[in-house]
Design a protein around this ligand. Structure first.
Ligand SMILES: NC(=O)c1ccc[n+]([C@@H]2O[C@H](COP(=O)([O-])OP(=O)(O)OC[C@H]3O[C@@H](n4cnc5c(N)ncnc54)[C@H](OP(=O)(O)O)[C@@H]3O)[C@@H](O)[C@H]2O)c1
Length: 215
């Protein structure tokens, strides 16, 4: 059995991406989420589910739409936030990329790892130090994977959107008065991701900032 694309994280962006890819001719996609039917799997259980899916369907492309936003400042005394944000935004990408590399096979066509980062990987935003740092770390992880995996014919790149309009995450961001961020509609963002994917492997190691300034 074979599927083209495995999307991780059925949040606002993951769902739209799944719809666009599944409705385009000649592509198949599947979507996995850690929470299903109100039940939230542990981190390790979710990784195990992903491994089983990858072993069975051998997707050629992995798109990681998992992440959390949380505002933070240096006076925050909730130290657990650091782990929560870095696990979701950085560590998860590392763990699933390793599973993907080990359980899919080299062929004449390239395999792809696509991470959804954020504009915050490039620009500091008020009261978002941990989010920005976790996305900046993800950016360097993507770039290094691109370098280390190219001989295996794996292309890794990252899409770094500004605020995605109407998304639940955008409400958190904008409620903090972050008007310095740029924005984009989810439909346009997903069209952009699919378009960039079509240029694999020429996009290996690149991180694409997308969004226009809100005024
Ligand atoms: N929305 C925006 O404005 C925006 C802007 C720039 C970048 N991004 C980035 O785009 C990605 C997707 O955003 P979105 O708007 O689709 O967010 P969303 O609707 O909040 O979805 C986030 C997804 O991540 C999953 N998740 C969170 N923490 C996890 C963890 N520790 N382990 C496994 N899964 C976890 C959630 O699963 P559950 O359903 O189980 O919670 C959900 O499927 C994120 O990386 C985000 O940082 C979003």
């Amino acid at each position: 059995m074979h599927e083209d694309v495995l999307i991780l994280g059925s949040g606002y962006i993951g769902k739209e991406l799944y719809q666009q890819i599944s409705s385009s001719q000649g592509s198949t996609a599947s979507l996995l989420n850690r929470t299903t039917g109100g039940y939230r799997k542990s981190y390790d259980m979710f990784l195990e589910e992903i491994k089983i899916r990858i072993e069975k369907f051998k997707p050629r492309t992995l798109i990681n739409c998992v992440g959390v936003f949380d505002s933070s400042d240096v006076f925050d005394d909730e130290s657990l936030k650091f782990d929560k944000i870095f696990v979701a935004n950085t560590k998860f990408a590392w763990d699933v990329s390793r599973i993907f590399c080990r359980n899919t096979e080299r062929a004449s066509t390239w395999r792809n790892i696509v991470n959804i980062g954020s504009e915050s990987a490039h620009i500091p935003h008020t009261d978002s130090a941990l989010y920005c740092a976790s996305k900046a770390a993800l950016k360097m992880l993507t770039k290094n994977m691109a370098r280390d995996l190219r001989d295996e014919k794996i292309c890794a790149f990252q899409i770094d959107p500004g605020v995605v309009r109407e998304s639940p995450m955008s409400k958190d961001v904008l409620s903090k008065g972050k008007t310095e961020v740029s924005s984009i509609e989810v439909e346009r963002l997903c069209e952009f991701i699919i378009c960039i994917l079509s240029f694999s492997p020429y996009v290996n190691g690149n991180c694409y900032k997308i969004g226009n300034i809100i005024r």
